[in-house]
Design a protein around this ligand. Sequence first.
Ligand code: NAD
Length: 351
Amino acid sequence: MRSFVFDAMPSRVLFAENAIEHLPREIEQLGARRALVLSTPQQEALAKDISRRLGQRSVGVYPHAVMHVPIDVARKARDEAVRLGADCVVAVGGGSTVGLGKAIALQSGLPILAIPTTYAGSEMTAIYGLTEDGMKRTGRDRRVLPKIVIYDPLLTVDLPAAMSITSGFNAIAHAAEALYAENLNPITAMMAEEGIRALAQGMPQVAKNPRDLDGRSNCLYGAWLCGAVLGTTSMALHHKLCHVLGGTWNLPHAETHTVILPHAIAFNYLAAPEAMGRIERAMKTPNAAGGIFDLMKQLNAPLSLKEIGMQHDDLDRAASLVTEVPYYNPRSTTREGILRLLDGAFFGRRP
Ligand code: NAD
């Protein structure tokens, strides 16, 4: 076996239906007495419920998280945390809310307790993102990794089926690219394969019945693993494509990951046979790219860039932006090759 470094994330994780009931004990364990609860405006009611559960240990709710963490939103949130004398933040929601918590932690060093309600997986990474003047920059910093994560499948039953499915493919994308990452190790490979397996099992259950708790548990467990491998490996072509498309044309995050995934996998297929074998085993399919596409179709996920707001005229520029700055990918990328990939994704052709 070749030598490797496995950078384990030091979070404490609770995973159970009703795990949220242990929140006061966990806050105590963190040594915190004044928690500020963060959410989006859409999840304010849930944040208030969390705050109520914390009683004296909550200093209030800050329900202003938005997508991609604009820097002014992050500064205002940090100022509010300082004004209220908060000694920790509780982030309840998806990647946007966890992202706001990370921005506060980065500026103040306050610990984060995360309660994820989507499958984005940000709670398992030390990666943060901040948007300034329309440009999103990302970085890694140990301070932003949540100290405690509470996964409670009951909190995810209201995530609409369509969002659950695109969020699930977003998670699978992390694991798929981890499997051909240049810094992959055997532990991460095991986690990535199991993450894909759990999501491929859970998503059809959730699509059929969004309140199916077994399906919700499978998806959340898969999302945890996929987030963890995102945090410990470096991503390649798929994430580069989504970063460019999302950042330049403001395409919706999880939908973009969904549409691009089978095409990025097809592009890298011959260059990463071991990774493809693991994806195929996890999804019980003879072909990783085709299998992902077929599952998307079966679950009524968006299949084309066209239907999520991209214009065909912009593909040329996208291909240039993707290939301009070199980055690791198992197969070398050319402008023409990427343009072909994007054309297939634009029309939603089965790869
Ligand atoms: P999101 O957090 O923006 O949530 C989308 C919407 O769904 C919000 O209105 C939210 O309030 C609502 N919602 C969330 N959970 C719900 C539930 N259970 N029921 C009903 N509504 C619910 O979306 P997301 O896809 O989770 O996160 C996307 C963001 O996360 C992007 O900005 C992305 O860059 C970031 N991200 C970061 C990392 C990282 O490691 N830093 C990893 C993955 C994603």
